[in-house]
Design a protein around this ligand. Structure first.
Ligand code: COA
Length: 596
């Protein structure tokens, strides 16, 4: 089923002039006229025949000849590994499951055992290369997509570094080697071996082991400090704390077990909050801080399945190894698995003498205690700062938009632009993730949705009395067409963000002076994404969300369904410019006006 992989085309390097023209077009209406004039001159100099641009382009083309994907390493470093911000809220997206109704601890553990069984099934599909290949849907549907990201779901670890993190990958194998997951419970970490004597534990075994873990976690005298909090800190701080931690061999062994595990299962305490969609999203994004389940996490691991005693469940995902779409596929498999294969707890026989799960030990020096206090404080600030609003817009869904012969994604993007304009009176550089998995090792590029055509439309809508409905309709069509065209450029590898990044990074690699194009303020503005958006559609009842990527920005994740659209809007309370509630309320109005 993976036979397409080697045959997938390589990501092309777009023509230089096309990217430079597009860059100017994307920024012309978002910056003051004087600044634009200056930028235009800089870009023209860069792109002149025999100039720096041509030279770097040639080098980039050479790079593309001997790499499966010329942008992958540059992109991974820029997007994730060199980003120093804390992973929760700032980087790690989450999937929020429907609220579960657990009536007892054993109910919760039964759910956990069932889910872990599903994880093991899914992992064996990945290892056996037996997952059905994904195919592109929507625009330019039907092409097979690169499956590489799936191999990293249970085998990666993001190691913090002083200047840059490292994405460590373990080799995965088909043989049932000793394998373990880490169970977090009451801020303690336990090793749960899931393959013992070459045999995978069945659900009853898993349940037995989880019960033992629960009992061990209850012993108050044995509780150790909430070391997981350190992983919620910014990356440089966590790297520093880790370098102190590993001086002790006990800590080294514990870290090693976590770094090599398949995934985490976090058995959370009840949060004591009403479990609305918004509150579940918040709890999933940051655990509710130190007083709640903030320490019951290990953010460096790509997959953390959270199972709250109060029914608040979902997945927290370290984003560097794969995209949200892979997270959705895995989560949907698990939910379907749990629905389709009733719990086998009653029938299965448990192994008679399973070795007891082990608690991971930590030696906590006063230095580590100080790091922990600082990490807890910072997480608390993040918790207080996150302003989230999850809203199900029920006015209509993608069916209505399709009936107008418009692309639902383009329409929603234009609606987000309209909303931003209505809230702030201007448009800003916007990021929409576009999958480039049609290419080998493809991840994403950016659709810059704040097009000049979108600006013309939103201005007309704001000026309602002076412009006729027919004119507005015309402008809406033009905006949607521009957005759809950009989408097609992006998914065929012809967008500008990866290309500009490549030109910037190859200059750095060749130790050349930074081209003026990249020290120009317009470039800094162009990559400060005040509006960071992403379509993450699901077929099961769940939703994805994430935080803003800049202090004065919004994160806007949407999940279009047939007759409704789920919007998850986030921002930071300490920014005087933003308000998630206002944004969502305005969005409702804008969607209705656009329908009209
Ligand atoms: N008239 C009628 N129907 C139309 C239409 C039109 N003019 N244009 C599109 N449609 C239909 C499509 O055929 C599709 O139908 P389906 O639901 O039966 O599949 C549906 O509308 C959706 O298409 P569209 O809204 O255009 O979006 P898309 O599915 O092509 O998605 C992107 C666009 C950019 C979101 C997508 O290409 C992508 O890259 N997704 C990945 C994003 C990502 O990585 N997110 C996670 C980041 S962590």
């Amino acid at each position: 089923l993976y036979h397409f992989e080697d045959g997938l085309p390589k990501l092309p390097v777009p023509p230089l002039q096309q990217t430079l023209d597009m860059y100017l077009k994307c920024m012309s209406h978002l910056i003051p006229e004087e600044q634009f004039k200056k930028t235009k001159a800089i870009v023209e100099k860069f792109g002149a025949p025999g100039g720096m641009g041509e030279f770097l382009q040639k080098k980039l083309v050479e790079r593309s000849e001997h790499k499966a994907n010329w942008v992958y390493d540059y992109w991974l470093e820029d997007m994730y590994l060199s980003n120093r911000l804390a992973l929760p809220v700032n980087s790690s997206p989450v999937m929020v499951f429907p609220k579960q109704n657990f009536t007892s601890h054993s109910d919760t553990l039964r759910f956990a055992a069932h889910l872990i069984s599903g994880v093991l099934e899914y992992k064996s599909l990945i290892d056996g290369r037996a997952l059905p290949v994904d195919y592109a849907r929507g625009q330019l549907a039907g092409t097979p997509l690169c499956m590489d990201q799936y191999n990293k779901v249970f085998t990666s670890y993001r190691l913090p570094g002083a200047k840059m993190d490292t994405l460590v990958a373990q080799k995965s194998t088909v043989m049932p080697e000793p394998e373990h997951i880490i169970v977090a419970c009451k801020n303690q970490f336990f090793v749960l071996d899931v393959v013992i004597n070459f045999r995978r534990l069945n659900e009853k075994d898993l349940y037995t082991q989880l019960e033992r873990i629960r009992k061990m976690a209850d012993i108050e005298e044995e509780r150790l400090p909430p070391i997981g909090l350190l992983t919620s800190d910014d990356r440089t701080q966590w790297a520093e704390a880790r370098s102190v931690l590993i001086k002790d061999s006990t800590n080294r062994d514990s870290l090693d077990m976590i770094e090599r595990c398949l995934c985490l299962v976090c058995l959370d305490e009840p949060s004591g909050t009403e479990l609305t969609d918004t509150n579940r999203a918040l709890l999933m994004l940051h655990g509710g801080g130190m007083d709640k389940n903030g320490g019951n996490r290990w953010y460096d691991k790509p997959m953390q399945f959270v199972i709250g005693a109060d029914g608040c469940c979902g997945v927290v995902c370290e984003h560097s190894p794969f995209e949200g779409i892979v997270l959705v596929q895995c989560s949907e498999y698990l939910l379907r698995y749990m629905r389709g294969s009733p719990s086998k707890l009653v029938r299965a026989a448990s192994m008679s003498e399973l070795p007891a799960p082990r608690r991971l030990r930590w030696k906590c020096s006063p230095d580590i205690q100080a790091f922990l206090t600082a990490s807890a404080d910072k997480l608390q600030r993040l918790v207080k700062n996150l302003d989230m609003n999850v809203n199900k817009f029920t006015g209509y869904g993608k069916e209505f938009i399709k009936k107008q012969k418009m692309s639902p994604d383009a329409y929603i993007q234009v609606a987000l632009q309209f909303t931003f304009y209505r809230c702030h009176g201007r448009l800003v550089p916007t990021y929409e993730s576009a999958s480039i998995r049609r290419f080998q090792e493809g991840r994403v590029d950016n659709i810059r949705s704040s097009t000049p055509e979108a600006l013309a439309f939103v201005k007309a809508m704001a000026n309602s009395s002076k412009i006729t409905d027919a004119e507005k309709m015309e402008l809406l069509w033009t905006a949607i067409k521009a957005q759809t065209n950009y989408t097609i450029l992006a998914i065929t590898g012809m967008a500008i963000d990866n290309h500009l990044l490549g030109l910037r990074e190859i200059a750095k690699e060749l130790k050349l002076e930074k081209p003026e194009l990249f020290s120009d303020t317009t470039y800094a503005t162009s990559i400060h994404f005040i509006l960071s958006t992403s379509q993450v559609p699901t077929t099961e009842e769940m939703f994805c969300c994430y935080g803003p990527v800049v202090p004065n920005g919004y994160g806007a994740c949407y999940n279009p369904q047939t007759d409704h659209i789920i919007f998850c809007v986030s921002s930071f309370r300490d920014s005087a410019e933003t308000s998630s509630d206002l944004f969502v309320k305005t969005l409702e109005g804008c969607l209705k006006e656009m329908q009209h």
